[in-house]
Design a protein around this ligand. Sequence first.
Ligand SMILES: O=P(O)(O)OC[C@@H](O)[C@@H](O)c1c[nH]c2ccccc12
Length: 262
Amino acid sequence: MSNRLTEILAAKRDHVARRNAETSLAALEASAAGQTAPRGFRAALDRAAVDGFGLIAEIKKASPSKGLIRADFDPPAHARAYQAGGAACLSVLTDVPFFQGADDYLVQARAACSLPCLRKDFMIDPWQVLEARALGADAILIIVAGLEDGAMAEIEAAAIGLGMDVLVEVHDRAELDRALRLRSRLIGVNNRDLRDFSVDFARTYELVGSAPEGCTFVAESGLGGPADLAAMAEHGVRCFLVGESLMRQADVEAATRALLAA
Ligand SMILES: O=P(O)(O)OC[C@@H](O)[C@@H](O)c1c[nH]c2ccccc12
């Protein structure tokens, strides 16, 4: 069980325990209740995919495999550029130790645009879902590889209870089967295996045909440009989550527009 995901989840457990102890639940509930209503994340993706591609554009400063991705990191500017370039949704990394993310990046990005925003983090406890909503998040991520069935269901129930969408991330068929026991029908296949960070588009190609009717299917990670999206589209994939390749561009808006023109 010694892999990168296990390491990340162990650190997350300590982080959540600490934050939970220093934050009053009542204050968190009040700030979640004071947020504007969730923006429909899956609905925005589905709308965009009708006659184009549904893009979840990710605000990502660094990653454990690549280190710093962008020195002039500016979440509000990136959020505006992604929206102007045609993205349907945003994903904002809030994990601190491994992705150099921050809760505040999510708050800033969401305030700077009108797109639905996913809090991209490693959810292990329903408390983090309430925290996500208190930050304004419209959707959360569940990584099937990191959770038991019971924990997944609890985290999902917390999100649904708060009106949020849930992106359920899988790597293989066994994980897809587990994902489909949940209620969410927004499924992401991560081409990058979080256990060893290897990237393989075949993970998406193998699973796209197994997603039942009525699922919104998202290919995630390692997508470099229009040619990759065009190849994915040939396999019937219409929705994508892209971070690094867009974050490395000087002109993020133009790169986003070019990507969606694939
Ligand atoms: O930067 P990329 O290769 O375009 O990948 C984006 C996104 O898919 C990736 O950041 C990601 C997918 N699932 C995750 C889970 C946790 C942290 C990060 C991720």
